[in-house]
Design a protein around this ligand. Structure first.
Ligand code: PMP
Ligand code: GLU
Length: 406
């Protein structure tokens, strides 16, 4: 006798989609391990090393024996550094007790959803959205209500459309700006319009994911939580993965109303406890430093954005906008739906991303994972020569796809 997994596994976990970003990155690695020269633009991860002074701080922390449990919501020192950062960079005012440090911003979002959503509660998710929002909401018992914007609107949802989606069951509004997967940045005025809709309702908590804060080409990041009407209605999520190139250190955080911080603290205390002690010590050093490395990375990303956009525009049928942040491009590739190269047929964005991997050996992610089935996501956090080669492979590959669909 052996266990029947479909009887053993919870309905919730069986309904959960695997993270498409992680799946495509693994598929690229698998292909590469077979000796194929794959260029993976699938995983959203800065290609720069963590700045040396941050690594050195962790090294020192380890050497002096900072290797024990920390308080569940993070060390007081790190939470103080986060409060200072929020105050000076975001005009957000928190006490350390309102901050919860987690094992990545992903956990911060999961904590918030688990702490707030009951079965049947609705969370409005602005699309294109980051893959995990919808699955975290569902896993927490909530119902994701997706409100979308297309490339013609620079993938930014209008406040009036958010208003139409609000019901008596709406508890959360979740979005990222700068946005993963589109790179779009909501302007101050656009955020003000969203704030007005949310504040008018008064019963909705905004989960503002600002993890790409430093990779913003507009010159100024705006936090929705800093609007007076939003101060008690916003959980601001951020982390070290992108801005400080610390993906493997697993550190994110949220600042929000005291009741929410207490609840996240309780959830985290039963599930994972505090994040890694030496990561936290180094992160406090990172936050108290100048943003020299972050700004250098941003300049690099901006240059690469322009490089890749100029190359993508040469591909017939690709529709490309000009995102103002993060390190992703989200071209509309629907022109190729209904085409075949004689070997594979492309019906949709999933097929397109799959074909680029198997036929051109370039890893991307289908837009369907982000709530848009016309586009694919490319991360341009890669070396220039890889980016140039990847786009040239895609261009050569799609040239062989002709309309034929049955
Ligand atoms: N939010 C967004 C929008 C992201 O792109 C990521 C990247 N993984 C995360 C949250 C989570 O980041 P982490 O858990 O590495 O802090
Ligand atoms: N945020 C990154 C991405 O979107 C990392 C992968 C993940 O955590 O999903 O690719």
């Amino acid at each position: 006798m052996s266990i029947n997994p479909s009887k053993m596994l919870s309905v919730k976990v069986q309904a959960m989609e695997e993270s498409a970003t992680i799946r495509m990155a693994q598929k690229s690695r698998d292909l590469a391990s077979k000796g194929v020269s794959v260029i993976s633009l699938s995983l959203g991860e800065p290609d720069f090393d963590t700045p040396e002074f941050i690594k050195e701080a962790a090294h020192q922390a380890l050497k002096k024996g900072n290797t024990k449990y920390t308080p569940v919501p993070g060390t007081l020192d790190l939470r103080k550094a986060i409060c200072d950062k929020f105050k000076t960079e975001n005009n957000l005012h928190f006490e350390p007790s309102q901050i919860v440090v987690s094992n990545g911003a992903k956990q911060s979002i999961a904590n918030i959803c688990m702490a707030t959503l009951d079965e049947g509660d609705e969370a409005i998710v602005l699309a294109p959205y980051w893959v995990s929002y919808v699955e975290i909401v569902k896993f927490s018992g909530g119902i994701p209500v997706v409100v979308s914007a297309g490339i013609e609107d620079d993938f930014k949802v209008k406040a009036s459309h958010i208003k139409e989606a609000i019901t008596s069951k709406t508890k959360l509004l979740i979005f990222s700006s700068p946005c993963n997967p589109t790179g779009s940045v909501y302007t101050y005025d656009e955020l003000a319009e969203i704030a007005e809709v949310v504040a008018e309702n008064g019963n909705i908590l905004v989960v503002s994911d600002e993890i790409y804060e430093y990779i913003n080409f507009t010159g100024k990041h705006a936090s929705i939580g800093a609007f007076d009407s939003m101060r008690t209605l916003t959980a601001t999520v951020n982390g070290f993965s992108k801005g400080f190139s610390m993906t493997g250190w697993r550190l994110g955080y949220m600042g929000g109303p005291q009741w929410l911080a207490d609840a996240c603290n309780k959830v985290q205390g039963q599930i994972t406890s505090g994040a890694a002690s030496f990561s936290q010590e180094a992160a406090a050093v990172a936050l108290r430093s100048e943003r020299t490395e972050a700004m250098a990375m941003r300049e690099n990303f901006l240059r690469r954005r322009d490089l890749v956009i100029s190359k993508l525009k040469e591909i017939p049928g690709f529709k490309v906008n000009q995102p103002q942040g993060a390190f992703y491009l989200f071209p509309d590739v629907s022109y190729y739906f209904g085409t075949s190269n004689g070997n594979v047929t492309i019906h949709n964005a999933d097929d397109f991303a799959e074909a680029m991997l198997t036929e051109a050996h370039v890893g991307t992610v289908s837009g369907s994972a982000f709530g848009n089935d016309q586009c694919i996501r490319l991360s341009y956090a890669a070396a220039d020569e890889d980016l140039i080669e990847a786009v040239s492979r895609i261009k050569n590959c799609v040239a062989n796809f002709k309309k034929n669909i049955s």
